[in-house]
Design a protein around this ligand. Structure first.
Ligand code: CAA
Length: 259
């Protein structure tokens, strides 16, 4: 039986997805992306899940697209297969639950790009990020020139993309690529705790909040503010808003029902 490329584990209301090609530092392929899509969709459609964590192993989150597999491909090979993950943007929009990237070790090339597709990145203190494609005679192909520029600004994105150098967790946090750094020891457990905290909130409201933040990257400020206000108003149609505010006034923990 062939090895599973992506492993799924359920921890309470959190689905943990682990990339599983350790011998090649979790190098990505269309097959990996397909397996990841299926695993993500299964969690999205699972009523008991409120948040998702995507991770690799201590040495590598993912060291990029599979160089050995693609090195001899022609233009038509990569074009016809829409390499790597051409369908991924549609897929990404289908996942409305929050996805946290737990990055330890290398997140390079497609690995860094995959982490950036998640809603936020928590890095272990040994994490290293980079877009080294230029050293291979190619360029990032999964959002590295676009999402990285939006995340850390033009000057630093140019530095990363044109030199192919790596940045460590501290530099990545300072630049705004990662939201926080946690020690490597117990790293995944701690990230899962963060995700469990999110999953304990009102899942539909969390999904609305995620959509609003993502809208900020796609619209003008005025349109984004209008959208946010409408969604804020819409939360008042939920039972969870009534429960959350009542719990605050009554000085007790809220018991959200996801309604
Ligand atoms: N593709 C295929 N195999 C890879 C790989 C990749 N991206 N990255 C690592 N591997 C393999 C290595 O070939 C090696 O296999 P063997 O044991 O069979 O030789 C194994 O994983 C372990 O790697 P190393 O021996 O190189 O480990 P290291 O600790 O010495 O170095 C590293 C680690 C610095 C991450 C180095 O492996 C490396 O530079 N990897 C390539 C990084 C890269 O260039 N990524 C960009 C890919 S292109 C891309 O991603 C395009 C896109 O935007 C979609």
């Amino acid at each position: 039986m062939s090895e599973q490329l992506v492993l799924t584990r359920i921890e309470g209301a959190v689905g943990v997805l682990t990339l599983n090609r350790p011998k090649v530092l979790n190098a990505l392929s269309n097959e990996v992306m397909q397996a990841l899509s299926e695993a993500l969709l299964a969690l999205e459609n699972n009523e008991n899940i409120g948040a998702i964590v995507l991770t690799g192993n201590e040495k590598a989150f993912a060291a990029g697209a599979d160089i050995a597999a693609m090195k001899d491909w022609s233009y038509t090979d990569v074009y016809k297969s829409n390499y790597i993950g051409g369908y991924w943007e549609t897929m990404k929009n289908a996942i409305r639950k929050p996805v946290v990237a737990a990055v330890s070790g290398y997140a390079l090339g497609g690995g860094c790009e995959l982490a950036m597709m998640c809603d936020f990145i928590i890095a272990a203190d040994n994490a290293k990020f980079g877009q080294p494609e230029i050293k291979l005679g190619t360029i990032p192909g999964l959002g590295g020139t676009q999402r990285l520029t939006r995340a850390i600004g033009k000057s630093k994105a140019m530095d990363m993309v044109l030199t192919g150098r790596m940045m460590d967790a501290q530099e990545a946090e300072k630049a705004g690529l990662v939201s926080r750094i946690l020690p490597l020891e117990n790293f995944l457990d701690e990230v899962v705790k963060v995700a469990q905290g999110i999953a304990s909130l009102s899942v539909p409201t969390v999904m609305m909040a995620k959509q609003c933040v993502n809208t900020a990257l796609e619209t003008t400020l005025e349109q984004g503010l209008q959208y946010e206000r409408r969604v804020f108003h819409a939360t008042f149609a939920t039972e969870d808003q009534k429960e959350g505010m009542a719990a605050f006034i009554e000085k007790r923990p809220a018991n959200f029902k996801n309604m």
